[in-house]
Design a protein around this ligand. Structure first.
Ligand code: SF4
Ligand code: SF4
Length: 540
């Protein structure tokens, strides 16, 4: 969701789910019915830990109608803390609160917590009607609290509630635990670091369906491991060192992220900074998929942190594109802060202030030793004046940038493009013509390796493999351009500590409805013709 949609302060509800088909709807309803809309707005981020029931399908039905609800699938059970960390990094709100997808948190409790928003950095609920839980669970819970209070020196009623954090406080802390004790870890460290907190007495309700997963083997071992590690650090004197939580570090390692290797087969990295654009071209491929979702962008800091994880070989740049990438509010910050080893290409429509660009970006940061121009500017005849465009490109060339022009060879713009080619040639500017893609006036344009893939007639089951890494404006990685534009089938998240880039076939039931971009025969960035982004293995 675009951050600018909000005018009030926003609470991000992180909702981890695992096989909650009977509870997810009620959980969403409970949240939406209890936000105090007079002072707050909300977003809901559902993080699925690998449900095998209809949880994801039901959750997706909500995201279609409500841009304030997002869903991300981790693809496998990796722990409550892991899901929480992903939700936190995807969130855009001023405050963050966890609400489990089992609908155990009563609407009254949400109100009690949200009523305290702004009164402390951390609002910590504890439940006064614990007696609705089994005696066994109450005993375990009290023992856990007692041990933690004793070894940490923090005195809380409860560590595993639906804690609300000021977003910048929580995001400045690197949660290490992926298991169930993540909340205790964050609370102890942030309280010890001096952030203010307030405990709120409230009530819990009984889940309407299913059993709690708290006492799973993995949760128990994770909690035991956490308690032992707290104890060991305590006796070795290494516990709870104060940290500068607000340091704007771009070192991904300090944020609990590791380097990501990129297989040799990957030869294009598309970074869709934003889908927003300041032009409206009729043939825009971003509009090829109807109902393209524009759910907002991650911040420049998040882009830098995520992209700096990539271990890239020489001549494999990240290509900043869109929409119009310069519209990302942190566009210049991103260029300034990407690590020097990362080479940068830009696809732009040139609708930016050239003087500002020249003053902010050193040409050496963008130029690289390649046959392909690092800045590939698109000329759109119905929207742009060719003389002004050539003046701008010449200015950037004179400033030292390696820039070319290109245009879609649209049948309605033949004369304008011929004029543009001629004028560019005279000005010493390289001009490429690109195929129009998809259907226009009932005719299919473009050259395709698998023409039936774009006919939109019948669907086939195939295995599909791409040699492109496609990262959407929220940092979510998709298996093909079609999925980027319709926001489907995520295969990873740039800020997921466990994300790996894999060059492999993935099952797809949608062959026949592919986006032309994925199937077209194109000239790759080494100027080799006949390249196609995806490789299809027909299995039927
Ligand atoms: S400039 Fe590019 S992204 Fe913008 S509307 Fe035109 S084709 Fe689409
Ligand atoms: S077959 Fe088409 S729709 Fe399916 S993953 Fe490949 S490119 Fe995408």
């Amino acid at each position: 969701m675009a951050r600018q949609l909000f005018v009030k302060e926003v609470v991000s509800f992180i909702v981890p789910v695992l096989n909650e088909e009977k509870n997810i709807k009620d959980t969403i309803d409970t949240i939406e019915n209890n936000v105090p809309y007079e002072k707050l707005d909300y977003e809901i981020i559902i993080v699925d830990g690998g449900s095998i029931d209809r949880t994801v399908e039901i959750a997706k039905s909500f995201t279609e109608d409500n841009k304030k609800i997002k869903i991300y699938s981790c693809g496998g059970v990796k722990g409550f803390g892991h899901a929480y960390k992903i939700g936190v990094s995807m969130s855009q709100g001023d405050y963050i609160i966890l609400i489990p997808g089992d609908n155990e948190v009563a609407g009254e409790a949400i109100q009690d917590i949200l009523n305290e928003v702004g009164t402390a950095d951390i609002i910590i609920p504890y439940f006064v009607n614990q007696n609705i839980r089994s005696l066994f669970r109450r005993c375990i819970s009290r023992t856990f609290v007692w041990i933690l209070n004793m070894i940490s020196g923090v005195k809380l009623h409860y560590y595993n509630g639906t804690v609300l954090y000021r977003s910048k406080v929580l995001k400045g802390y690197n949660i290490r635990t992926s298991g169930f004790a993540y909340q205790a870890e964050s609370l102890i460290n942030l309280i010890k670091a001096g952030f203010t907190y307030k405990e709120v007495a409230t009530k819990i309700q009984q889940r309407s369906s299913g059993k709690t997963k708290i006492f799973s083997f993995s949760n128990i071992t994770s909690v035991m491991g956490f308690l032992i590690s707290v104890y060991c650090q305590q006796i070795s004197g290494k516990l709870f060192k104060k940290t500068n939580y607000f340091s704007k570090t771009n070192d991904f390692r300090k944020n609990g992220l590791s380097e990501i290797s990129v297989p040799d087969e990957i030869n294009y990295i598309a970074v869709f900074l934003t889908f927003n654009c300041n032009l409206k071209c009729g043939y825009c491929i971003n509009n090829y998929e109807k109902g393209i979702l524009k759910k907002g962008n991650i911040s420049g800091e998040q882009w830098v942190r995520g992209l700096n994880r990539l271990k890239l070989r020489h001549n494999l740049p990240v290509t900043l594109q869109g929409g119009e990438p310069t519209l990302h509010k942190d566009f210049y910050y991103i260029i300034e802060n990407l690590k020097p080893e990362i080479e940068i290409d830009i696809l732009t429509n040139l609708q930016f202030d050239a003087d500002k660009f020249i003053s902010k970006v050193h040409p050496g940061r963008i130029n690289r030793d390649s046959k392909f121009h690092s800045i590939r500017a698109s000329y759109h005849p119905s929207m742009m004046d060719i003389d002004e465009t050539i003046v701008k490109v010449s200015k950037l060339q004179e400033a030292g940038f390696n820039i070319c022009l290109s245009s879609v060879a649209h049948p309605d713009s033949k004369a304008e493009i011929a004029e543009a080619v001629e004028k560019s040639k005279r000005a010493g500017i390289t001009f490429f013509q690109k195929d129009l893609l998809g259907f226009y006036n009932g005719q299919l344009y473009g050259s395709y390796k698998y023409p039936e893939a774009v006919m939109c007639q019948t669907k086939k089951n195939v295995r599909c493999r791409t040699d492109e890494l496609l990262i959407d404006p929220r940092g979510i990685i998709h298996r093909c351009t079609r999925d980027v534009y319709i926001d489907a089938n995520p295969i990873g998240y740039l800020l997921d500590p466990d994300f790996k880039v894999e060059y492999k076939y993935r099952y797809c039931p949608n062959f026949g409805y592919c986006n032309p971009c994925d199937i077209k025969l194109k000239t790759n960035r080494f100027l080799q013709k006949g390249h196609t982004a995806v490789d299809i293995d027909f299995i039927e």
